[in-house]
Design a protein around this ligand. Structure first.
Ligand code: TYM
Length: 333
C-alpha cells in the first residue's frame, strides 16, 4: 500500500517554490486517495539557531499554509515533528547506522556549513539521518519533494538498506522519491540559473506566499528575461533559463503540461506575456494567502489541529519504533 510522507522547515518565508515544488504535489497525493502525512519539521529548523517566538509563529504559519493550499486535516495527517518523539528516537538509531562520509558528501551540508564546518551544529551535519527517520518511522513509500531534496532521499534509501543489511532484516522499505512535473525546480526571478530561495538576499528574486496581489504582479513584470520573444515550441526554450522558468511557472500554476502552456503563448513578446502570467499567479495565490491570514488569527485552533495530527501520527510511529528497538536488541516491551 502507498503511504506518503513529506515535510517543510518552518525556518523562513514560504515561497512559490515551496508551493509549486512541494505543497501542490502534497495536495495531489491527498486527492489521489493515498494515506498521507505532512509534517512541519521544527526539529530540522533548529539545526541553525531560530528565535523561539519566530519558530512558534512560523510553525503555525506553515500549518496555515498547508490548510489554505488545500490539505484537509481530516484526510491527511498534519502535525509538527517535535510532538512525535519517535522521529528523534529513530534518528538516534540511524545516527549509528549512517556513516560520517555519507553526511559529508551532502551538497546541502556543504552549502550551509561552507568553509566553516568547525562552527556548524552537530545537528546540521546529522540532518539527513533525522530526515530518514521522519520518513521511515511511518514506513512511508512515496515522498513528494522538489529536485533539491533528491540527494537526501537517496541517503534515506542507503540508511534503510544498511540497517536491513546490518540486522539481517527487510524491515525498512525503499522509499520512492516523487519529483514530477514542471515545477520541481522553480528558479530565481532575477537569475534563471539559481534556485528560488527564501535565503536569497533579494526579495525581488522570489514570490513569497504572503505577498499581496500588487507585489506579485510587480515582481513578475520586473522578472529578468532575455530580449527575444517566447519561442514557438518547447525546444526553443533550450539555453533560455529565464524564459523556461517563467513558462514552467505559468504551466504549473494552471496544471498544464509545458507543451499545452506553450501552445497558448507561443511567439508572444514578454511585454504581453508577463501581465498574463501575473494574472494567473494572482488568481491562484491570492486566495491562499488570504486564507492563511484568516487561519493565523486563531492560533489556538491551529495548535489543536497540530496536536490532533500528532496523536494520529504517533499511533503509526510507536509500533514501528518498538519493532526497530526489538530488532536492534533494546530490552523493553
Ligand atoms: P525545505 O524546507 O527546504 O523545502 C520544502 C520543500 O520545498 C521544495 N522547494 C522547492 N521546490 C521547487 N523549487 C524551489 N525553488 C524550491 N524550494 C524549495 C523542497 O524541495 C522541499 O520539498 N529537508 C527538507 C525538509 C524535510 C523533509 C523530510 C522532506 C525534512 N524531513 C522528510 C521530505 C521528507 C527541506 O529542507 O525542505
Amino acid at each position: 500500500p502507498r503511504r506518503v510522507f513529506s515535510g517543510i522547515q518552518p525556518s523562513g518565508g514560504l515561497t512559490l517554490g515551496n508551493y509549486l515544488g512541494a505543497v501542490k504535489p502534497f495536495v495531489a497525493a491527498q486527492e489521489s486517495g493515498a494515506e498521507a502525512l505532512y509534517c512541519v519539521v521544527d526539529m530540522h529548523a533548529i539545526t541553525v539557531w531560530q528565535d523561539p517566538d519566530n519558530l512558534r509563529r512560523r510553525t503555525r504559519e506553515l500549518a496555515a499554509f498547508y490548510i489554505a493550499a488545500g490539505l484537509d486535516p481530516e484526510r491527511s495527517i498534519l502535525f509538527n515533528q517535535s510532538q512525535v518523539a519517535e522521529h528523534a528516537q529513530l534518528a538516534w538509531i540511524f545516527n549509528c547506522v549512517a556513516r560520517m562520509g555519507w553526511m559529508g558528501r551532502m551538497t546541502q551540508w556543504k552549502d550551509k556549513a561552507g568553509k566553516n564546518a568547525e562552527n556548524a551544529s552537530l545537528g546540521l551535519f546529522a540532518y539527513p539521518a533525522l530526515m530518514a527517520a521522519d520518513i521511515l518511522v511511518y514506513h512511508a513509500t512515496h515522498v513528494p519533494v522538489g529536485e533539491d531534496q533528491k540527494q537526501h532521499l537517496e541517503l534515506t534509501r542507503d540508511v534503510a538498506a544498511k540497517f536491513n543489511h546490518d540486522y539481517g532484516t527487510d524491515f525498512f522499505p525503499m522509499v520512492e522519491p516523487v519529483i514530477e512535473g514542471v515545477a520541481t525546480r522553480v528558479m530565481s526571478l532575477r537569475d534563471g540559473t539559481r534556485k528560488m530561495s527564501k535565503s536569497d538576499p533579494s526579495d525581488a528574486s522570489r514570490i513569497n506566499m504572503t505577498d499581496d496581489a500588487d507585489t506579485i504582479a510587480k515582481k513578475l513584470r520586473r522578472a529578468k528575461t532575455d530580449p527575444e520573444p517566447l519561442p514557438d515550441n518547447v525546444e526553443g526554450l533550450k539555453d533560455r533559463p529565464e524564459a523556461r522558468n517563467l513558462m514552467n511557472i505559468y504551466a504549473a500554476l494552471q496544471d498544464l503540461s509545458l507543451e499545452d502552456a506553450m501552445g497558448q503563448v507561443a511567439g508572444r513578446q514578454f511585454a504581453q506575456f508577463k501581465p498574463l502570467l501575473a494574472d494567473v499567479a494572482v488568481d491562484r495565490l491570492a486566495p491562499i494567502s488570504a486564507e492563511m491570514r484568516r487561519l493565523m488569527q486563531d492560533a489556538d485552533e491551529i495548535d489543536r489541529l497540530l496536536a490532533r495530527g500528532a496523536e494520529r501520527a504517533r499511533a503509526i510511529a510507536a509500533p514501528v519504533l518498538r519493532r526497530t528497538y526489538d530488532i536492534v536488541g533494546m530490552v523493553g516491551g
